[in-house]
Design a protein around this ligand. Structure first.
Ligand code: SAH
Length: 294
């Protein structure tokens, strides 16, 4: 007997009905099971307790958006600024040059006094610092590029800045690094910079009003630290907050009043190495650093 015949011989109407009913029930049970599983999965997604915990080392933050119209304004002036003031003085890192060509410096030079604001606008891309109000200045483009290059930022770097000022240096760093934490001691400047950086789409810059002397302990350690106000000593908390292998660049003022940019590197064993890299002129760092050391 072949297989087909054997099956035929066994067929009887009662058994067939029973079998049919069983198959139907199995299908219904399977369907119910699938529905239950899908529902369970939905609940898992909605319930916070079932969400994966955030990896504290995950630094995938939002990138600058460049959607604001300012990015399409004065492109030629920026290109000229890079060619005549920056590459000509030997800043070579192509990512730094690209950032300097991208960030709309003219958006950062606004001043509360209208006439100064107007003249600042036309001078935004010139080879010198500019006033930004509250007796503070935005650094010369070349100095911004030089200091940024010195930090050797990588896409996953976390940066700390002393002195937000206009927010321009923070924006340049934000083009290269994952996150920039910046503190400004003059509160209205901090607020203005925070608002502007948000408007321009810099979601990876975090601004706080306060004394940068103490750093930002909750966000430390940092791969790089940049100081844009001159002090007679390197704030000790910042040395602590620099990662082994990290780089710090800041203006240091000696007892005769001469200022130098100092590059501080921390080796893998935590030892510091300091090098004077260029004479400069920055506004003073105020607050705790000016108090006499105990
Ligand atoms: N990085 C700025 C340049 C700002 S000039 C830019 O790109 O525009 C230096 C700034 O440091 C000033 O705004 C000044 O108010 C600020 N500053 C001085 N001492 C400070 C301190 N102890 N903590 C934070 N900011 C300070």
């Amino acid at each position: 007997m072949n297989y087909e015949n054997k099956n035929k011989a066994k067929t009887n109407p009662i058994k067939a009905n029973l079998k049919h009913g069983l198959v139907k029930m199995k299908t219904i049970i399977s369907l119910l099971l699938i529905i239950a599983l899908v529902n369970q999965a939905r609940c898992d997604v909605n319930e916070p307790s079932a969400q994966k915990p955030k990896d504290p080392n995950d630094t995938k933050t939002a990138r600058p958006e460049h959607k604001h119209p300012a990015f399409t304004e004065r492109i030629e002036e920026r290109a000229k600024m890079v060619a005549t003031q920056i590459t000509s003085r030997n800043v070579k890192d192509s990512n730094v040059l690209k950032a300097m060509r991208t960030v709309p410096r003219h958006s950062f030079v606004q001043h509360p006094i209208k006439n100064v604001w107007n003249s600042n606008l036309t001078r935004a891309y010139r080879d010198h610092p500019l006033p930004i109000g509250f007796e503070q200045t935005i650094s010369q483009p070349y100095i911004v590029a030089f200091m940024t290059e010195a930090m050797k930022l990588k896409p996953d770097s976390r940066v700390f800045e002393i002195g937000t000022g206009s927010g321009y240096q923070a924006a340049v760093c934000a083009e290269l690094a994952a996150e920039v934490y910046t503190i400004e001691i003059v509160e209205p400047l901090a607020k203005r910079a925070e608002k502007l950086l948000k408007e321009l789409g810099y979601k990876n810059v975090f601004v706080k009003a306060g004394d940068a002397y103490f750093g930002w302990p909750g966000k430390a350690p940092f791969d790089a630290i940049i100081g844009t106000a001159a002090a007679e000593r390197i704030p000790e908390p910042l040395i602590e907050q620099l990662k082994p292998g990290g780089r710090m660049i800041l203006p240091y003022e000696n007892s005769l009043g001469f200022q130098y940019l100092v590059l501080v590197t921390k080796d893998d064993k935590g030892k510091l190495h300091k090098k004077n890299v260029m004479p400069v002129r920055f506004v003073p760092m105020t607050g705790e650093v000016q108090k006499k050391q105990k």
